[in-house]
Design a protein around this ligand. Structure first.
Ligand code: AMP
Length: 170
């Protein structure tokens, strides 16, 4: 199944000059969602995962599906002020702005095998900050996987130390 036809290009969102990759048509189609989940699982090639870390908010959709499929826990990485318990933070640069992300300080235990997931790898700043949070808590990053990678932004250079995989490349 060609999943690229389920990704909708939105010009100038959320800012002029940004070509936003909208995954809602894919989520709207159960066969495409299933096929996408299967491809993400295949990228792992049977590697054992204890926890899937998903990045707010579009990373949550497939991160939770992956966690259930892998019989792993799910850990949310969220924007500032959203998580109720004690958190650790990292700042990062986005393709369109600056921000920081947070994770619960007890979400990962030393030696946990981690799959990091997000919908889009753009400049790689968010994924890099997420990897720093995971490793700060002693997690071992087995793979970083994405629905799609915007190759012209070279985001994988930021997380070159890890196994980086994506279902679609643009
Ligand atoms: P970056 O830190 O630049 O790799 O940005 C990755 C994060 O921003 C992901 O959580 C994406 O959901 C979002 N993002 C960045 N660029 C785009 C884009 N062109 N279309 C959709 N989402 C994007």
């Amino acid at each position: 199944m060609d999943l690229s036809k389920y990704i909708r290009d939105i010009h100038d969102f959320p800012k002029p000059g940004i070509l936003f990759k909208d995954i809602t048509p894919l989520l709207n189609d159960p066969a495409a969602t299933t096929a996408c989940l299967e491809q993400l699982i295949e990228l792992l090639q049977g590697k054992k995962i204890d926890k899937v870390v998903g990045i707010e908010s579009r990373g949550f959709f497939f991160a939770t599906l992956l966690a259930q499929k892998l019989n792993a826990g799910f850990v949310p990485i969220r924007k500032p002020g959203k998580l109720p318990h004690k958190t650790i933070q990292r700042s990062y640069a986005l393709e369109y702005g600056d921000d920081h992300i947070e994770m619960h300080e007890d979400a990962i235990q030393q030696g946990d095998l981690i799959l990091l997931h997000d919908d889009v790898l753009a400049t790689g700043g968010t994924a890099k900050a997420a990897c720093e949070l995971i490793e700060h808590l002693g997690g071992v990053i087995v793979q970083c996987n994405f629905l799609m990678e915007l190759e012209f932004l070279n985001g994988r250079d930021q997380i070159a130390a890890y196994d980086v995989q994506s279902v679609l490349k643009f």
